[in-house]
Design a protein around this ligand. Structure first.
Ligand SMILES: Nc1ncnc2c1ncn2[C@@H]1O[C@H](COP(=O)(O)OP(=O)(O)O)[C@@H](O)[C@H]1O
Ligand SMILES: [Mg+2]
Length: 332
C-alpha cells in the first residue's frame, strides 16, 4: 500500500451562508495525480486554498506531506508548489525575471535562481521568449511560465487550479505533457478541472465534488461503470424512420429508447451486449430500415459527470470546445 501524502478529513469552510466545503474528505497517494472535478462554484479553488494554507478551514483536518495545514503552515509551504486559476506572473517582467523572482521567494541563493530559471526556460520551451516582457506572451505561454515558477524549487507536491481553462487545444496538450513529465519525475499532483477529458487524461483517481460535497470518486473507468454501463446506439440513414426504429428498439429493451431525431440517433441500455446488437441489427434489416451506424458505446466521462451533477447530456462534439471561449495562442 502506498502512503497518502495529502489527507483531508471532514473539512468545512463557510463564506457567510455559502457552504463552500461541506465536510470534504479525500486523500492523494504519493507520486499520483488526483483530479478534483466539479462544476463552477463546486468548491475546488476553496479546497486548493485550504490545502495551500491560503485560507483556514472552519473545521476538519488537512495534512500535506504529514504537516497540518493549520498549525504547520510554514512547513507545508516549503514542500508545495501552487499555480492558480489565473496566471500570477508579472506582466512587466520578462519570463526569465519571473522565474528568478520565484526562486527568491523560495529563499534560493541568487546564483541558484539564475541557474534554475535557465533550466526551467528550456524545459518550458520558452528560451526564445525568455527575455521578452510577459505581456507579449500568449495565454498558453503565461500558464506554462506560471507552472514553471511554482516548480522552481522542485517541490514534491504540486497544486494546479484549473491549469488549462481558457487555453486552446494545442497549448492544453503542451501543458498536459509538461504535467505528465513532472509526474514521471516523481511529483505528486492535485489538480482541479471542470473538464472530464482532462481528469481522464491526467488523473490516476478522480474525486467529483459539487456544492462542497464529494459526490463520487474512483478511476475514470469506475465512474463510468457507476453510471450504468454501455448503451446500444443506432444512427439512421433517414430521419423519417425514427419513430418506427424507436418502436422496434422498445421491443428489445426494458427501458424507453432515448431518441435524438435531429441526429437520427436512438439509444437503449446495452444490457446483453453483443447478442442484443445482433438482434437489433436483424430486426432493423427485416423492417427495411437503413442504418448509418450501429454500435455499443461506453458512456463518456462527460455523461458520467452530468448524470452525477444532474445536468443534461451535451452533444457529443466535445464539451472542451464548447466550455468557454478558448483564448487564441496569439499574443493578446
Ligand atoms: N472569498 C469568498 N467569499 C465569499 N464566497 C466565496 C469566496 N470564495 C468562494 N466563495 C463561494 O464558495 C463557493 C465555492 O467557490 P470556489 O471554491 O471558488 O468554487 P470553484 O473553484 O469550484 O468554482 C462558491 O459559491 C463561491 O461563490
Ligand atoms: Mg475555481
Amino acid at each position: 500500500m502506498t502512503e497518502p501524502i495529502i489527507e483531508v478529513r471532514d473539512v468545512v469552510k463557510r463564506f457567510g451562508k455559502t457552504m463552500a466545503l461541506d465536510g470534504i474528505s479525500l486523500h492523494v497517494e504519493k507520486g499520483t495525480v488526483l483530479g478534483l472535478l466539479g462544476p463552477n462554484g463546486a468548491g475546488k479553488s476553496t479546497m486548493i486554498r485550504a490545502l495551500t494554507t491560503l485560507l483556514r478551514p472552519d473545521s476538519g483536518e488537512a495534512r500535506v506531506g504529514g504537516f497540518d495545514v493549520r498549525t504547520d503552515g510554514q512547513r507545508v509551504r516549503s514542500i508545495i508548489g501552487l499555480a492558480g486559476q489565473y496566471a500570477a506572473v508579472d506582466e512587466l517582467l520578462t519570463g526569465r525575471e519571473n522565474l528568478e523572482l520565484a526562486g527568491i521567494w523560495y529563499h534560493l541563493p541568487k546564483r541558484e535562481c539564475r541557474h534554475r530559471a535557465q533550466a526551467m526556460l528550456e524545459r518550458l520551451a520558452l528560451t526564445d521568449a525568455a527575455d521578452r516582457q510577459v505581456k507579449t506572451y500568449s495565454g498558453g505561454m503565461r500558464r506554462r511560465l506560471d507552472i514553471g515558477a511554482s516548480l522552481i524549487a522542485d517541490p514534491p507536491i504540486l497544486f494546479l487550479d484549473e491549469p488549462t481553462t481558457g487555453l486552446d487545444p494545442r497549448s492544453r496538450n503542451e501543458l498536459w505533457q509538461f504535467i505528465k513529465d513532472r509526474v514521471d519525475a516523481g511529483t505528486t499532483v492535485l489538480l482541479t478541472t471542470q473538464y472530464m477529458e482532462e481528469a481522464e487524461h491526467l488523473a490516476n483517481r478522480i474525486v467529483v465534488i459539487d456544492k462542497g460535497k464529494v459526490i463520487a470518486e474512483g478511476t475514470a473507468d469506475q465512474l463510468k461503470e457507476h453510471t450504468g454501463g454501455a448503451t446500444l446506439e443506432i444512427r439512421l440513414a433517414d430521419q423519417r424512420d425514427v419513430e418506427r426504429a424507436a418502436a422496434l428498439l422498445a421491443e428489445v429493451s426494458k427501458s424507453e429508447p432515448r431518441t435524438e431525431p435531429e441526429q437520427r440517433r436512438i439509444s437503449i441500455p446495452a444490457g446483453q451486449g453483443i447478442e442484443m446488437l445482433l438482434d437489433v441489427g436483424r430486426r432493423l434489416q427485416q423492417a427495411g430500415i437503413a442504418l448509418d451506424d450501429l454500435g455499443i458505446r461506453r458512456p463518456t466521462l462527460d455523461e458520467v459527470f452530468l448524470s452525477l451533477t444532474g445536468g443534461t447530456v451535451p452533444d457529443r462534439a466535445g464539451s472542451m470546445d464548447h466550455a468557454g471561449s478558448p483564448e487564441s495562442e496569439a499574443a493578446r
